[in-house]
Structures are given as structure tokens and as C-alpha cells.
Write a protein that binds this ligand. Structure first.
Ligand code: EPZ
Length: 440
């Protein structure tokens, strides 16, 4: 067994943590809980450093196994990656001849497919493994491919790899799909476009704050992107990018998870470092359910209510600025103990409901109807051993454990370590009865 070098985190066996998290429910929470840097902003920005000539210094990069994985891939791609004592990550391309991202590395994390556009644009050709299947549902990469082809790329599939060649000409591409736009697809195409020979118009792009952060980072390195934050990005290609220092935005999904936990336990909790403007849809649903939420420029606070339990409200996940799919499991945990019946509809990943069966093991009354779940709230959840299926599902199960009587053991904690930095310590610090138990 060894400890992760970059995260300094939990013990891992063959790369997989053998821990479980035990939560004893029924305790109120109190105090301030700090949000870490955004995982889903850090990952594409890390990939974007492949485009840059000279060192890049990134602040507020969370200590997560997904970040470790991306760093491992970047090292295999000839990057120098150093974590400084103060937590900053410094990256610099030292060997710009490597063009191939191997299956063994890409299969560990789908997000690594986002290196494709950057390798192609900076190194002339990219050979990147297709990421393969995913537990949260069908996750094709057709929009990535369409966008890169639209910029002039020639693509063939060879032995499970995408081989992308030809100069980045630039062009006009439309990135909308049946389920909205694509976050990592937008990042992939944008990274190629910034070094394009000609201008590009990317229409129907994802408007997630993580894409906005990537755009601002690239501009700080000398890229010329306009329309940031909107549905159409206009990019004037430049010859090269230079290094910069950049601070990753706070993680809106982690912030939303803590806020939902505070509402579930009816606790006075301040989520520090949260950007309320990134969580408008979430606060809207929580307020509709009867929660009292206060906000300031960099915090969100739950105020306890007299009634304690919230009312059931319907919720539909949508691309940003809609309610994020990455908070669907956590919201389901809330609705499982709400007063009344709610309907949760998944419009981003219609199959992302594996956690529902695990929540049923805690006594939650949940029924699937196609892309929806119908939840009959109950104040009698009881602890049980449960299995995490993905990282947001794990967070939903931890939240359910906070209100279930007895104890809940969440197994396969390696999922949660992918996206939540020291979650058990952070929750402990505000009064939760939660611990990590090592089975190793
Ligand atoms: C990002 O994944 C996030 N990952 C996911 O978070 C998040 O759930 C998702 O966006 C949606 O918000 C990272 O940022 C690293 P998409 P991404 O392409 O970009 C369909 C987490 O837990 N689609 O925006 O891969 C797709 O099937 C992770 O942190 C196509 O049809 O998601 C889905 O229905 C899980 N063709 C929808 O679009 C494509 O080529 C949105 O997916 C690409 C996507």
C-alpha cells in the first residue's frame, strides 16, 4: 500500500482506496466549511498547459485523485509537474514531441480525453485512447470529434485510439447535442481553436463556469477568445501561448453538496468561498423547498427553520445555468427526507440513478419512471451499508447518512476521493459524526 504523492491523501491499493466512510446520523452541524478549488475547472486547465510555452503556476488546485491522474497523464506527455509546499502546481512542457495518451492512463478517468485538442494544436498530431464506458450512462464523444473535424482535423480510429492530424485551420462549428452542449467537448475544441491558423466561431458551447474559467486562463496566456460566458465563443488563433499564474475558481458542486447537507440537517452552516452566482438554480430549489439561504459575495449560509424538514419540490437537471446533474444525487437525498412527493428528472444523463437503489437500502422510497425518479419523503431513514457507484452518488449517500438513524457505511470511497478533498474531515469540523475506516 502507498500514499498518493500529489494528494498526500488516503491509502491506495493498486491505485484504489480500500477505505469506507462511516456516518452516524442525527447530529446537527454548525459553523463554517471551506470550499476547495474546482475539480472540473482544474482538469481542463491542467490539460491546457500542454498548449503553453513556458511555466504555468496554478493556485487553488484541489488535492484529489482525479488531479493526480491528470498530472500522471501530463507527465507521460512530457510535462514537468511540481506541487509546491504551498499547494501551487507548476507545470511546463519539457518534451513537446510526445503525441500519444495511452489507454492505461485515459481509461482511469474520462476527463483525460480533453488532452486531445491541446496535443493536436501544439504538437501537430494527437493519438488519444477513446475513454470507454461509464457508470453514469452513455457518454459518447461524437461532439468532440465533430468540433475538431470542423476546425480542419482529419480523424481516424486505430486500435481504440483517435488519431487526429492536419493543421488546425479554424472554422465555424456547432456543439449542441440532444442533451445540450458538451462541457469537455467545448474545452477540447476551444483548446485547438486558440492555436488555429484562422479564426473560429464555436456556437452552442457549454456555458458552465468551468468553461468560463478555462477561457480566462487561456486569455491570460495570450489567447484571443471573445464572448466568454455566452453560448458563442469567437476565437482568433494565435501562434503561441505564454505561461501565467492562475487561480482556479471554487468548486460549485462541493459548495452545493455542503449547502444541501446543511439544509438536510437544518443546521446553521456557512459555506465559505462559494460563489453564489454559480449556484442560483440550486438555491432556487432549496428556497422553493422552504430553506432559508443567505448569501454574500463569497459565501452561502443556511439558516435553520422552525419546521426543520423541507417540503418536497420537483427538480430537473439541465446544462448550466440549470440545476447541475452533479448535484442530483445530493438533492435526491434531501428529497428522500422531505415532506411530500417530488419528481427529479435527469435531462443531462437520463440513466444517472444508480444511487437511488442504494438510498432505498436506507429506507428511502424512490421509484424510477424513465428519466425521472419519484421520491416519497420520509423522516425515518435508517443506516445501512451502501455502495458508492460514482463520486456524486457517494456524496449523496454520505448526506443521507447524516440524517439516517444508526450508522451508514459508504463503501468504495475511492469514488469520493476523486472529487471531494478531505470530505470527512471538513464535515467532522462542523460537527458531523463521520470517520474514514481503513480496511487495508
Ligand atoms: C462534465 O462531463 C463533467 N466532468 C461531469 O462531471 C458533468 O456531469 C458533466 O460535464 C455535465 O455537467 C468534468 O468536467 C470533468 P458533457 P462531460 O459532455 O463534459 C452528451 C463529475 O462528477 N454528449 O457536457 O463529459 C452526454 O452524453 C463529472 O464531476 C454527447 O451526446 O459531459 C451528456 O448527455 C461526472 N456527445 C451531455 O452531452 C458528446 O460528444 C453532457 O455531457 C459529448 C457529450
Amino acid at each position: 500500500m502507498h500514499r498518493s504523492l500529489l494528494t498526500g491523501g488516503s491509502p491506495v491499493l493498486g491505485g484504489v482506496s480500500v477505505d469506507r466512510i462511516r456516518v452516524r446520523g442525527g447530529r446537527g452541524l454548525q459553523g463554517a466549511i471551506a470550499v476547495s478549488g474546482s475539480k472540473n475547472s482544474a482538469l481542463p486547465i491542467l490539460a491546457a498547459t500542454l498548449l503553453v510555452d513556458g511555466p504555468v503556476r496554478l493556485r487553488n488546485v484541489p488535492y484529489l485523485s482525479d488531479v493526480d491522474n491528470m498530472c500522471r497523464i501530463l507527465k507521460a506527455l512530457g510535462m514537468r509537474v511540481d506541487r509546491h509546499a504551498n499547494g501551487d502546481l507548476e507545470l511546463e512542457a519539457v518534451d513537446k514531441t510526445v503525441q500519444q495518451a495511452p489507454y492505461e492512463l485515459v481509461r482511469t478517468m474520462r476527463a483525460s480525453f480533453v488532452v486531445l485538442g491541446a496535443i493536436w494544436a501544439r504538437r501537430g498530431q494527437a493519438v488519444v485512447s477513446y475513454p470507454g464506458g461509464c457508470v453514469i450512462g452513455h457518454r459518447p464523444v461524437d461532439l468532440h470529434i465533430k468540433g475538431l473535424t470542423g476546425l480542419g482535423g482529419r480523424i481516424v480510429t486505430r486500435d481504440g485510439y483517435v488519431v487526429l492530424t492536419g493543421p488546425v485551420q479554424g472554422g465555424t462549428v456547432f456543439l449542441g447535442g440532444n442533451y445540450g452542449s458538451t462541457v469537455l467537448g467545448t474545452a477540447n475544441v476551444l483548446m485547438a481553436a486558440v492555436l488555429g491558423r484562422g479564426p473560429s466561431i464555436l456556437e452552442g458551447v457549454a456555458m458552465e463556469p468551468e468553461i468560463e474559467d478555462l477561457c480566462h486562463f487561456l486569455n491570460a496566456c495570450g489567447a484571443r477568445i471573445r464572448g466568454i460566458g455566452g453560448h458563442c465563443l469567437v476565437v482568433d488563433g494565435v501562434d503561441n501561448l505564454h505561461g501565467c499564474e492562475w487561480t482556479i475558481i471554487p468548486d460549485r458542486i462541493e459548495a452545493g453538496t455542503f449547502l444541501i447537507g446543511a439544509v438536510m440537517t437544518n443546521s446553521p452552516v456557512t459555506v465559505m468561498g462559494a460563489r453564489p452566482e454559480h449556484l442560483l438554480a440550486v438555491v432556487d430549489r432549496l428556497q422553493a423547498a422552504g430553506a432559508q439561504i443567505e448569501s454574500g459575495p463569497d459565501f452561502l449560509r443556511n439558516l435553520p427553520t422552525r419546521s426543520g424538514r423541507v417540503a418536497a419540490v420537483d427538480m430537473t437537471t439541465l446544462p448550466y445555468p440549470g440545476f447541475p446533474t452533479d448535484l442530483q444525487a445530493q438533492f435526491m437525498a434531501l428529497m428522500a427526507q422531505a415532506k411530500g412527493v417530488s419528481v427529479i428528472t435527469e435531462k443531462v444523463y437520463p440513466e444517472r440513478f444508480i444511487h437511488a437503489a442504494e438510498m432505498q437500502r436506507l429506507g428511502a422510497r424512490i421509484r424510477r419512471e424513465g428519466p425521472s425518479a419519484i421520491i416519497e419523503g420520509s423522516d425515518r431513514l435508517t443506516g445501512a451499508p451502501v455502495m458508492a457507484s460514482d463520486l456524486r452518488a457517494s456524496a449523496g449517500l454520505v448526506l443521507a447518512g447524516l440524517v439516517a438513524s444508526g450508522h451508514t457505511d459508504v463503501r468504495r470511497v475511492y469514488h469520493i476521493d476523486r472529487g471531494y478533498e478531505r470530505i470527512e474531515q471538513k464535515l467532522q469540523d462542523i460537527g458531523a459524526d463521520i470517520e474514514r475506516i481503513s480496511d487495508g
